[in-house]
Design a protein around this ligand. Structure first.
Ligand code: SAM
Length: 244
């Protein structure tokens, strides 16, 4: 998968080269190119922002700079493919595991990191004329810039790519993969600070263990994120689940 990130703070994206993602880059499972938006300015101050039309606090990122940068980076590749352009914004559609799974099937993602009050809306409108553009929020809170949101999204997507995780089963059993939160996990020792590991996990009976894990996931989801249970379809529930 090819990943391009446009930002005024390229150094913010350095963590993409660490740990698991760094290994994925080394193994050429993903390529990451970070572009400095200021390279596309033409004035001595390298200005990327201007005051908002209609007044109000803060500054808005200029469309000319973004337009030039996106024209340069989002050129069709040899097959004529363009990236999915992802624009992080608190006003976007929520980023979910489902969207991460969708992005993991794409060959190319480009991210446009906003700062200040965000990017002039015409940049999205113009880009949408030639490629698919998603305005995406990573949660109901406001960050100072899109870079951290990109780190979140790239990490969530990259770990779903074949070969990135040591054991692909980990991603299949994670929270949200079956619509539920994952239940608790334990490792050695058997008793720690007076707290024991649930005996079923030491029983060696895998049928019982699977059922216990499923019940724990249902219970945890019920207490912490009940709205997720309402979204489950009939085929995601077995007979025992419904009895709970
Ligand atoms: N004025 C904008 C609003 O109220 O919707 C907030 C702009 S925010 C201060 C600056 C930038 O941070 C945004 O352009 C976006 O790139 C990023 N950002 C902030 N919160 C975000 C979130 N929850 N999800 C994704 N990106 C976010």
């Amino acid at each position: 998968m090819r990943i391009d990130v446009l930002t005024i703070f390229p150094e913010y994206l350095e963590p993409l080269r660490a740990a698991l993602l760094g290994k994925a880059i080394d193994k050429e499972l993903i390529s990451v190119d970070v572009h400095d938006l200021r390279d596309y300015t033409h004035d001595v101050h390298k200005a990327v922002d201007d005051s908002p039309y209609g007044g109000g606090p803060g500054m808005v990122m200029k469309p000319q700079v973004w337009g030039e940068a996106l024209d340069a980076v989002c050129q069709p590749d040899a097959d004529g493919t363009l990236p999915r352009l992802v624009v992080p914004t608190p006003a976007g559609r929520p980023f979910t595991q489902e969207l991460a799974r969708e992005y993991a099937t794409l060959p190319w993602l480009a991210f446009a990191c906003g700062r200040y009050e965000g990017i002039d809306q015409r940049v999205v409108d113009d880009s949408a004329g030639r490629m698919r553009v998603d305005e995406v929020s990573i949660g109901d809170y406001v960050l100072v810039g899109g870079e951290v949101a990109v780190l979140v999204m790239v990490e969530a997507v990259a770990r779903l790519l074949p070969g990135v995780l040591g054991n692909p089963l980990s991603a299949e059993q994670d929270s949200f993969s079956d619509g539920l939160l994952e239940g608790p996990s334990y490792t050695r020792p058997e008793v720690w600070r007076g707290l024991g590991v649930p005996s079923v996990l030491r029983s060696g009976n895998h049928k019982l263990i699977d059922r216990w894990r499923r019940d724990q996931a249902l219970e945890r989801t019920f207490h912490r994120r009940p709205e997720l249970l309402d979204r489950l379809t009939d085929d995601q529930l077995d007979k025992h689940d419904r009895a709970l």
